[in-house]
Ligand binder design. Structure first.
Ligand code: SAH
Length: 218
């Protein structure tokens, strides 16, 4: 791992600092999120052949027809989820390579992340453990049902787009909790769902492009 890190100079202060600078230009303001993005070595979550592009603001393939989300959207979703307050227990649906879970781990007390594709689940688990990130629990499961045995969550984040807002998932939010997720098929929008003592409030945020949420394990 150290040859990869040193060999291409990806961990240089400058490369990381440029990513953070770009995120600021794109409107990310939460210093805790920017610090978390600075902390996590994104190049270790993509194939070696793509490592030189790891700090470009693009999504990249991670096999099995899936992608690692673009840094901007990872930062944006976590910024909305955090709402400038510390996060307790968070659920992520769609671990993929584990990058977003690693960023979440910097700003949340405990992270549960669920992946339906076994080889991705296995690789993410290993990657997070190699990086000694210990407050993330990776599960191999269909996340459409959430994780009822571990609910309620202070935050839920979905990394794949559902055709409609899920009533099952929002029930797993704690009062005061927030859920950030892409919704739609052809046209997708990022939504924020907030739960308070009286019920739920939904806000449509911005257009996005995510892989679809799929049913069952693979
Ligand atoms: N969070 C990732 C993004 C992964 S892409 C990152 O940091 O880059 C979305 C992931 O959601 C894919 O790995 C896909 O397999 C997974 N996914 C899709 N439907 C799912 C479901 N029902 N349950 C769990 N994971 C699902």
């Amino acid at each position: 791992m150290s040859t990869r890190v040193n060999g291409i100079g990806m961990t240089s202060q400058r490369t990381r600092a440029r990513l953070i600078e770009r995120l600021r230009e794109q409107g990310i303001k939460d210093e805790a999120v920017l610090a978390a993005m600075f902390e996590v070595p994104r190049h270790l979550f993509v194939d070696e052949a793509l490592a030189s592009r790891a700090y470009d603001d693009v999504s990249l393939p991670i096999n099995y027809n899936q992608t690692i989300s673009q840094p901007y959207i990872v930062a944006r979703m976590i910024e909305v989820l955090r709402a400038a307050s510390p996060l307790g227990r968070v659920l992520e649906i769609g671990t993929g390579c584990g990058y977003q879970a690693a960023v979440l781990a910097q700003v949340a007390r405990e992270v549960y992340t669920v992946e339906r594709i076994k080889p991705l689940y296995e690789r993410a688990r290993k990657q997070l453990s190699d990086l000694k990130i210990r407050n993330v629990s990776v599960r191999y499961a269909d996340g459409t049902a959430g994780l009822p045995e571990t609910a309620p969550f202070d935050g839920i984040i979905m990394a794949a787009a559902a055709p409609a807002l899920s009533a099952v998932l929002r029930e797993q939010l704690a009062v005061g909790g927030r859920m950030v997720l892409p919704v739609g098929t052809q046209e997708q929008w990022l939504y924020l769902v907030e739960r308070d003592a009286r019920g739920f409030r939904e806000t449509q945020l911005e257009p996005v492009k995510f892989v679809p949420l799929l049913m069952g394990k693979a």
